[in-house]
Design a protein around this ligand. Sequence first.
Ligand code: GLN
Length: 307
Amino acid sequence: MSFQDVLEEVVADISAYRGQGKVAAYIPTLARADTSKLGVAAVLGDGKSHAVGDTDEAFSIQSVAYVFTLALALQHHKSALWNHVGREPAGSPVNSIIQLEMEKGRPRNPLTAAGSLVVCDQLIGRRSADEALEELLQFIRTCAGDDNIAVDETLAMSESKAGALNRSLAYFIAAFGNLQNPVEQVLSFYYRQCSIAMTCRQLARAALFLAFDGTDPVTGAQVTIPSRSRRINALMLTAGHYDNSGDFAFRVGLPGKSSVSGAIIAIAPGHGAVCTWSPGLNAAGTSLAGAMALERLVERTGWSIFV
Ligand code: GLN
C-alpha cells in the first residue's frame, strides 16, 4: 500500500471526529473557524509531499510558531537561553500564570505562552520587534521552501486587543526582571509569530529538518546542529501540548506541537514531518481530529519513537 493510500485510510477512519470539539473562542478569527475542516499533510525524507483533505487552506499557526522561534533563539543565544526559561513540563494550561510567581518569572519551558514570551524577548534582543520578526519569517520561509509565507496582521491586532491574559503574563515576567524589551514590543512580536498564516503542506515541509537531525534532507542545508534538533524534539515530546503532553506522547509517541488554531506538527525522526489541521479542540486545546489522525497514522506506519 502506498503512503498516500495510508493517509487516505487514516482520514477516512477518523471522519467521525470531524466537527467535534470546540473552537478557540477567545481569539476573534478562530471563534468563527469551521470545525468540519480537516487536513493531513506529510513530507517524507525524499521531499515528496502527501496530502489529504483541506491541506492547501491557510490558518494562523498560533503556538506552533513557538518551535521555530525557539530554534532561532537557540541559534543566537545557545545554552545561555536556559538562564531565562526552563525545560521541564509544565502540566498546566498554555496561558497559565500560576507557576510564574513561585518560580520567580522564569517560565517552566519555551512551549508555554509565558515561555515563548521570554524566547521572543531574547530573539528580539537589542533589535526592533519588526527586525526580529523579519528574521523569523525568513527562517520559516527558508525551512518551508516558500517565499510567500506572511503574517495575518489583522488577526494579530485583534488578538492583541483581546489579549489581557498574555499581557498579564508579560508584565508579571517583566516584574521579575526577565524581559529586556518593553512589554508591548515583546507582545507585538509574540502575536505576529502566532498569526503567521500557513497551510498544512507548508508547515509539514517547514518542520522536516527536525526529523533529520537538523538538516533539511531535500536541500542538504543544515538548519540547526543535531544536538539542538534532538533537544527541540525532546521539549516537544514533554511539553508540546500543554497539560495534554503526556496523553499525546502516550497515544501518538512522536514529538509534536499543538496550537489553538487546530494545527499539530508531529516529527517522525528518520521518516518525515506531518501536519494536521482541524479547528475542533479538546479541553486542553489540542485538535481532536488531528490527534486522532496522528494516532492512527503511527499505528499504521510504526513510526512511534518508542519502538
Ligand atoms: N496566540 C495564542 C495565545 O497566545 C496561542 C496559544 C496556542 O496556540 N496554544 O493564546
